[in-house]
Design a protein around this ligand. Structure first.
Ligand SMILES: [Zn+2]
Length: 1026
């Protein structure tokens, strides 16, 4: 999935999760079902149902009542005891409903044929529960149910026990195939369904446990082997979204069985599950559609299933529809059959591959395709009919990229068709469903006149999702703790493939900026290891963050760049994909595959090197000291923490690269030194004036050169900017700001280094410097340090003014120049530089007067709309244009312009409109909030708005989700005072299970403390030197 829904700058500023993860730093012991699939081996002497995943150790735990042995019936009662306890005491679920967490879907059944001993234990247990209930009832202020102490509990009969107590499903049953029939009713926004699941028993068991959420199951039948089908009772435990069937006779390993479940449900009103969506077509008619978004935990909202990535199976999907709609699913349509109720049934081919439930997809609506054959695959891009003309670019890019990946991985895309579809109402950037990739319209559609920068966004998302067809779909992580295997890889491949396939898109600057932002996030104490334990739905959601995506991609780049032989990386991943094709893996499988590629005697042990990067959070700070030709490097954890006492003893295996003034630009200049210990020394072959480490910033670490080292580099740059590559210049700027934040260098040194920047003309150093200065400007502004704000403005103009003046306002072909221009002009107009605002106003007027026939260059649209939005009249014009414009990328820029207004009433209006979801789609609310927060007038309104509407926000966006992470980060990252820290802390701790445990909350608090500390320390320096 690509959760990022917008351009690079936003992506760069987006949040990540937190929770102090030190307790999760060891990897869980994951049993890989899929790898065992051929023989369905059993674990002797241990009922695998009882295997639980215990993050702190590699032990397999056996659940039980302690040392005493017990028979199976007893054990069932023990499970139910725990469960009843949980149902009363449950405090953690975000899915709790007002009713009892148990829902019985069929006539009640008591414990199945219990033994006398069992009966005694059960009765004893019930007596204890009843007594505890009475005691609790009479306790003042008891809180064991959402509605308080319910009197009716005294007379409510105890319902049958739910036989499972874990978040993860038992591994005794393995689904083999699903046969789904769905009847979506788009008039009434509900659906009915029937799911037939064929399964094999892997280990003897008396229960089947699977997932189901918000489905009303009306009938369940079960058939064992060739036996008769019989009706079954389905138990449901809502907090865990699980259903279960109990059997009186044990199901035996090796037996095959079939479960059929009939059910009904409403189409979801949020953005996950099988959800309804609507849009207004060009004639003003409301059109409805239904689409799916299952990753990570929502397939269970559309059909009962074993909804964990390791439970791969095949799927046969049938959808009944009105004749005037069309349907799409993962596979090509096999046939369409008329039904006798006026509907028709589309049946899709059975999936030719085993796949995880989160990759299943189906869509009902009206869409039009453009298509092209690539090798054996028919590639199609679908959009709503009136946007068909915006699909050509995506088709061309997707075809080229598919061809590239087919060759690069040496495994052809395995399906006969690949659809890419733009959905009018879609929260994430895109989702890699196998054979049916869903996109936001902005991530797929570009007009003929779109700027290369807009094409870059679309090509990047397509490259990412196509890479997933191998990394994620063909080979899947066993569990969400290794989500980075999907996302880090897809992110790395997206940049890597575009550099080869569409070099004109100049994707390198974006990838570099993304790596800087990943370092910034991972420097916080609230960060987490790339592979980290995941034991709740919120923690699953939180894995979709910059560590899994950007840090994952960064460490893969570092690995590829440090391997001594070209192609070792590629050979290793081809081997990995071939070895695990159709299966599930964990991080070690990848490192082992890469290690096994024997290429030279002196090759790095990849496993040894990379596990230090995936098993611990954060990254190293490498400090250089040089005496003549002796260079000493030391490493320590680069840990931004407001608590000075926090130290870690983490060490990394760092492939340190360096260049010097003797040879600094060409790849051949690069030297490599592996630093595995706390410090290491090497000798330079010749005398040098300066050293620059981390050549082109391909490594995931920050470098401190010491006073002399920084002075030498500063002098070299002041003399001639081209002594280093532009990536190296940007890396120096990034690193020195980070060191200032860490408290290692004075801000005066930062300003000293930046003295060279007036001579800088390349995009990445300029945009990095502007981004860093702008962050400080924003903090000063929000602290009401007006004199410093004015001086910062003068400073920026002094250093970047001449480059700003050189920018033109005409069409510009080079992506890199567009990136440079838009960053400079957005800063200039943001600082209210008249030269800039006049040009922007003129361009807006010309655009409005021409009735849309004259075009604003794509990269300048944002700055023009931002300026227009500051005048009441133009704001209204912009709002009416927003309602009419069909091209989504332009529309979003208009929305960002509208949200950048400094008029308090308009700010309040736009926040409310985003929440309401009519004029402004709710999917855009995170964008609206983050834009409002940037402005001086709006950031406090936004913070109030979030507090007041928190419950509605988490109704629309799940706790822990990327949208919620974005909202929290943008609302709080500019606070730097104790008063705001107290407010933020007070609010989030009051949320309890509604979000107080989110990692992004820890991140927010840590960021405010760091802002506060930096400000207190550096205000005098700023006053003196700025
Ligand atoms: Zn992805």
């Amino acid at each position: 999935m690509d959760p990022f829904d917008s351009n690079s700058t936003e992506r760069a500023n987006l949040p990540r999760n937190m929770i102090e993860n030190s307790m999760f730093e060891e990897e869980p012991d994951v049993v890989d079902l899929a790898k065992d699939s051929a023989a369905f081996p059993t674990f002797p002497a241990l009922d695998p149902d009882e295997v639980v995943y215990e993050p702190r150790s590699s032990r397999l735990l056996v659940r039980g009542l302690g040392e005493n042995d017990m028979d199976e019936d007893e054990e069932d009662c023990e499970s139910s005891a725990r469960l009843l306890g949980m149902s009363f005491m449950n405090r953690s679920s975000a899915h709790r409903s007002n009713s009892s967490p148990y829902t019985r879907q069929a006539p009640p059944r008591s414990c199945s044929r219990p033994s006398a001993r069992t009966m005694v234990v059960c009765v004893l247990f019930l007596v204890i529960v009843a007594s505890m209930t009475m005691v609790l009832y009479f306790l003042p202020g008891c809180t064991f149910t959402k509605t308080g102490c319910r009197k009716e509990n005294k007379t409510t009969p105890i319902e049958p026990p739910f036989p499972w107590t874990q978040f993860r499903l038992p591994h005794s049953i393995r689904p083999l195939s699903y046969d789904l029939t769905l009847n979506p009713d788009l008039d009434n926004m509900n659906f009915t369904g029937s799911t037939v699941i064929k399964m094999v028993v892997l280990h003897n068991t008396k229960r089947i446990v699977l997932h189901s959420a918000n489905l009303n199951i009306s009938k369940a039948t079960f058939k064992l082997g060739d036996g008769e089908a019989s009706d079954m009772t389905v138990l449901e435990y809502k907090p865990r979204q699980q259903i279960a069937l109990n059997f009186s006779e044990e199901l035996k390993a090796g037996q095959y069985c079939v479960l059929t479940l009939d059910y009904s449900a409403n189409l979801s009103h949020t953005y996950d599950g099988f959800y309804n969506s609507s849009y207004t077509d060009k004639d003003g008619n409301k059109r409805v559609l239904a689409a799916t978004q299952f990753e990570p935990l929502s397939a269970r909202k559309a059909f009962p299933c074993f909804d964990e990535p390791a439970f791969k199976a095949t799927f046969l999907i049938k959808i009944n529809r009105k004749p005037d709609y069309m349907t799409l699913s993962n596979m090509p349509k096999a046939k369409t059959t008329p039904l006798n109720n006026g509907l028709v049934q589309d049946e899709f081919e059975m999936t030719s591959v085993n796949m995880s439930t989160y990759l299943v997809a189906f869509i009902v609506g009206n869409f039009t395709p453009v298509s092209k054959n690539v090798s054996e695959t028919l590639v199609s891009v679908y959009s709503v009919p009136e946007k068909k003309e915006h699909t050509d670019y995506a088709l061309d890019a997707a075809s080229k990229l598919l061809d590239f990946y087919n060759n690069f991985f040496e495994i052809n895309f395995p399906l006969k068709k690949l659809d890419l579809i733009a959905i009018p109402d879609f929260l994430a950037g895109a989702m890699e469903n196998w054979g049916l990739i869903t996109f936001r319209e902005t991530s797929l559609l570009v007009g003929k006149q779109s700027s290369p920068l807009e094409k870059q966004v679309v090509a990047s998302v397509i490259a990412h999702e196509l890479a997933h067809q191998w990394f994620g779909n063909l080979v899947t992580m066993s569990w969400w703790n290794d989500l980075w295997l999907n996302e880090g890889f897809a992110t790395y491949m997206q940049y890597m493939s575009l550099q080869t396939v569409l070099p004109k898109l100049d994707i390198g600057n974006l990838f570099l900026a993304v790596r800087f932002r990943a370092l910034d996030k991972d420097a916080l104490n609230s960060s987490h290891a790339v592979s980290t334990a995941v034991n709740s739905p919120e923690q699953v959601e939180e894995m979709f963050d910059s560590v899994s995506y950007e840090k994952g991609a960064s460490i893969l780049l570092m690995l590829n760049a440090s391997l001594p032989v070209d192609q070792q990386f590629r050979k290793g991943i081809i081997q990995y994909l071939k070895q695990f094709s159709g299966l599930n893996t964990d991080t070690n499988d990848l490192w082992n595959s890469l290690t096994q590629v024997e290429v030279s005697t002196q090759h790095q042990n990849v496993s040894e090197m990379m596990s230090s990067w995936t098993s611990q959070k954060g990254f190293p700070l490498v400090t250089v000291s040089r005496k003549g030709d002796q260079v000493t490097l030391t490493q320590e954890h680069f840990l931004l923490t407001s608590d000075n006492a926090t130290h870690t003893s983490s060490l990394w295996n760092i492939p340190v690269t360096y260049v010097s003034d003797n040879c600094s630009l060409a790849p051949e200049c690069r030297q490599l030194f592996t630093l595995k210990t706390k410090s290491g020394t090497f000798k330079l072959p010749e005398s040098v004036k300066w050293l620059k480490l981390n050549y082109r910033n391909t490594g995931f670490y920050i470098v401190h050169y010491g006073d002399d080292g920084w002075a030498a580099l500063r002098d070299a740059l002041a003399n001639d900017v081209s002594v280093l590559t532009h990536e190296d210049r940007a890396s120096l700027i990034h690193n020195i700001f980070a060191l200032s934040r860490l408290g290692r260098v004075s801000f005066r040194h930062v300003l000293n280094l930046l003295n060279y920047i007036s001579n800088e003309t390349e995009t990445s150093p300029v945009t990095e410097a502007l981004l860093q200065l702008n962050k400080i400007y924003q903090l000063l502004d929000k602290r009401h340090e007006y004199s410093l704000v004015a001086r910062m403005k003068t400073y920026i103009l002094h250093h970047f003014g001449s480059l700003m003046d050189k920018q033109t306002w005409e069409e510009q072909e080079s992506v890199s120049k567009q990136e440079l221009r838009s960053a400079l002009l957005e800063t200039a107009c943001g600082l209210d530089i008249e030269n800039c605002t006049q040009q922007a106003k003129a361009l807006f007027k010309q655009y409005v007067d021409s009735n849309g026939t004259s075009r604003i260059p794509g990269d300048l649209q944002q700055v023009v709309f931002n300026v227009a939005a500051q005048s009441p009249e133009d704001w209204s014009t912009l709002l009416s244009l927003y309602g009419h414009v069909t091209y989504d990328a332009e529309k979003r820029k208009m929305l960002r312009g509208l949200a950048s207004t400094q008029d308090a009433r308009k700010i309040v209006w736009i926040l409310k409109a985003g929440l309401k979801g009519n004029l402004i789609q709710t999917q855009e609310l995170p964008l609206v909030i983050s834009t409002v927060c940037k402005g001086f007038a709006g950031y406090l309104f936004a913070w109030d708005f979030i507090q007041e509407n928190w419950d509605r926000l988490i109704e629309k966006f799940p706790v822990g989700s990327f949208a919620i992470q974005t909202i929290i980060n943008s609302a709080t990252s500019q606070f730097s005072t104790q008063a705001h820290l107290d407010q933020v802390q007070g609010f989030f701790s009051s949320l309890k299970e509604r979000g107080s445990q989110m990692r992004s909350v820890q991140e927010a608090l840590e960021t405010i403390r760091l802002n506060k500390r930096w400000m207190e320390k550096n205000l005098p320096t700023l006053q003196k030197w700025l």
